[in-house]
Design a protein. Structure first.
Length: 164
């Protein structure tokens, strides 16, 4: 992934466009591939993606802003996704959600000032029987109480370090 301070250029995604352009329904796979590589879909790349697919910038921007999975800003070093769907809400998921916001000091789609964490909502992680569910980067966790969330976040920061 490109560092937070780097500004991605079209050359960073040229191979992605080349691999998908000309295929039907290429926009979503391209946006997913760009986000997987860069961590977000840089607004500066929207025009190039639109050009490659013969779409308008507004069409590409509309898709990026419509789907909550796409980000238009670089995420923090760690992404915390809290499940807001019904089964998790039924087992005190709201407590975990409120604690995550308070602990990190950000609302959904926000990134902590030190760039360590981005907090995002998600609507089911396929772990409904073991809610409340939280995804920390690529790792799924179940039965995440506020106390367990603190442990998990502390683990990502490293022992004895508290950047929050
Ligand atoms: S409802 Fe939360 S994991 Fe399915």
């Amino acid at each position: 992934m490109i560092a937070r301070t780097d500004i991605p250029a079209m050359t960073d995604i040229a191979d992605i466009l080349e691999a998908h352009a000309g295929r039907p329904g290429a926009l979503l796979p391209i946006l997913h591939a760009v986000q997987a590589r860069l961590g977000y879909v840089p607004p500066g790349c929207v025009a190039g993606i639109a050009h490659a697919l013969n779409l308008s910038r507004a069409e590409v921007h509309g898709v990026v802003s419509f789907y909550p999975d796409f980000r238009d800003e670089p995420p923090g070093r760690h992404v915390v996704k809290v499940c807001r769907a019904e089964a998790c809400q039924a087992v005190q998921g709201r407590r975990t959600e409120q604690h995550a916001k308070a602990r990190l000091g950000v609302d959904y789609h926000g990134t902590t000032a030190d760039g360590a964490f981005t907090l995002e909502p998600v609507y089911c992680l396929g772990n409904c029987a073991a809610g409340p569910s939280v995804m920390l980067d690529e790792a799924l966790h179940g039965r995440v109480t506020p106390e367990r969330l603190d442990e998990l976040l502390g683990g990502l920061l490293g022992e004895g370090r508290n950047a929050m």
